[in-house]
Design a protein around this ligand. Structure first.
Ligand code: G3P
Length: 501
């Protein structure tokens, strides 16, 4: 039997293919970045064909790096940046418009119009678990149908397909115009504002409100079952594709947060804290999302509460690419270490408005507390601290919703190599922060979903057994300072409101 499972991780800044062995160790990987397209303030797009080319290139690259062939791979899983919206022609396979990325705020007017029709921002919360916000896919589909010439007519004729990046990758891998499978999983579908959280099916009323023909929506299957076989004649041909999880749910799975009350925080472009709430669908009273955590085959659906933070790692990129204050992301820690504290400066990166727990699309970023004393080191520190403060805000909301304060936090993602940030995170939360040995939890989670479906792993116990701790940070800040810092942060946040009419 084949000895490995592959995962394709189609993320916001790059696409990766990773190959894992039975113990969950990384055997090989390959990665390619894609262009970030910013046509106007607040708009963010990706070229979906570039992304598909990167999927093929990294799949070939990862196999070559480990000297493997498709015959060595038992199954493939797909994980992806969620919400990012693509509409394409089923006959030509050509996108009608670039993919509109989750961070994009162009749908703010659509959101206002939809909100104004009924009971405001919360009108779809009961059915979808989500507030009305620019973040989600449904309003982005509406924007494409309203603004791309001829798109609505073609959609009404049944010529157009919608998908998040999981669906785009799966459709292409299974043959594209030549019989590609048009499928998604409930974790991705639960981010569209179009899926009923109880029935895991498309909500016809909401789709009608947004003018979206349901014929263009993919079939919702479970997160772990064989959907089809890769048709690529190249590197990865003839392998079952048997797992799909949105990237944050995949990381939750890869972190073995498989019991009620277990949570993880992934430090990527943004930060996403997910708390497993089991088969209970907990409705947040504190600005969090209710979302599908995973659905393994015919087993009951597992739900999560999620605190989504739009901008964390991308603030470091902004410092590097837009302000040129650092030349690499790794450099930020060196500068931050040249000073004792933030010197009184706070940076609130409300670049896409503010997500959880505020959901304010009218917010824009602010740097406050500046004096002549503040230097580059202080600003670097303030950038890192912004990630930790935002995490505390969503964890507080989670504690309030669940009534059970979190005692430890499992972390993963690019920024967890930053020791200063991790220590500050433990300090500002007042709980232990734990990093696993395999930090590639997103790809690993998708590999687990795929491997479980084909019997490569037998049960979720295999996932628990594979998880191992690498490093732990304990809180080491006095209570008075912790609360003073957090009060200042909260004050800084209020300075970002009401910037967009
Ligand atoms: O909801 C957006 C999220 O899925 C993006 O994750 O890691 O690509 O920034 P990441």
């Amino acid at each position: 039997m084949a000895s490995y499972v592959a995962a394709i991780d189609q993320g916001t800044t790059s696409t990766r293919t990773m190959i894992f062995d039975r113990s969950g160790q990384v055997v090989a990987s390959d990665q390619r970045e894609h262009k970030q397209i910013f046509p106007k303030a607040g708009w963010v797009e990706h070229d979906a064909e570039e992304i598909w080319a990167n999927v093929r290139a990294t799949a070939a690259g990862a196999l070559a790096n480990a000297d493997l062939t498709a015959g060595d791979i038992a199954a493939v899983g797909i994980t992806n940046q969620r919400e990012t919206t693509l509409v394409w022609d089923r006959k030509t396979g050509k996108p009608v418009y670039n993919a509109i990325v989750w961070q994009d705020t162009r749908t703010d007017r659509i959101i206002q119009e939809l909100g104004a029709l009924g009971d405001g921002q919360e009108r779809y919360r009961d059915r979808t678990g989500l507030p009305l916000a620019t973040y989600f896919s449904g309003p982005k589909i509406k924007w494409i149908l309203d603004n791309v010439e001829g798109a609505r007519e073609r959609a009404d004729n049944g010529d157009l397909l919608f998908g998040n990046m999981d669906t785009w990758v799966l459709w292409n891998m299974t043959g594209g115009v030549d019989g590609g499978i048009h499928v998604t999983d409930p974790t991705n579908a639960s981010r569209t504002l179009l899926m009923d959280l109880d029935t895991l099916s498309w909500d016809e009323d909401i789709a009608a409100d947004m003018g979206i023909p349901t014929s263009m929506l993919p079939e919702i299957r479970s997160s772990s079952e064989t959907y089809g076989t890769t048709r690529e004649r190249g590197a990865l041909g003839g392998v079952p594709i048997s797992g799909i999880l949105g990237d944050q749910q995949a990381a939750t799975f890869g972190q073995a947060c498989l019991s009620v009350g277990e949570a993880k925080n992934t430090y990527g472009t943004g930060n996403f804290v997910l708390l497993n709430t089991g088969t209970d669908k907990v409705m947040s009273q504190n600005g969090l999302l209710t979302t599908v955590c995973y659905k393994i085959g015919s087993k009951p659906t597992v739900y999560a509460l999620e605190g989504s933070i739009a901008v964390t790692g991308s603030l470091v990129q902004w410092l590097r690419d837009n302000l040129k204050m650092i030349s690499s992301a790794a450099e930020i820690e060196d500068h931050a270490r040249t000073v004792e504290d933030n010197g009184g400066a706070y940076i609130v990166p409300a670049f896409s408005g503010l997500f959880a727990p505020y959901w304010r699309s009218d917010a824009r970023g602010a740097v406050v507390g500046l004096t002549r004393y503040v230097n580059k080191g202080h600003l670097c520190r303030a950038v890192l601290e912004a990630t930790a403060f935002q995490t505390r805000e969503v964890i507080e909301a989670m504690n309030a919703d669940s009534g059970v304060p979190l005692k430890t936090l499992k972390v993963d993602g690019g920024m967890v190599v930053n020791d200063l940030l991790m220590q500050f995170q433990a300090d500002i939360l007042g709980v232990s922060v734990i990093r696993p040995k395999v930090n590639e939890t997103t790809a690993l989670g998708a590999a687990y979903a795929a491997g479980l479906a084909v019997g490569f792993w037998e049960s979720e116990d295999d996932i628990r057994n594979n998880w191992a701790e690498d490093k732990r940070w304990e809180p080491n800040m006095d209570e008075a300072r912790r609360e003073r810092e957090y009060r200042n942060w909260k004050k800084a946040v209020t300075r970002t409101f009401d910037w967009v009419e």
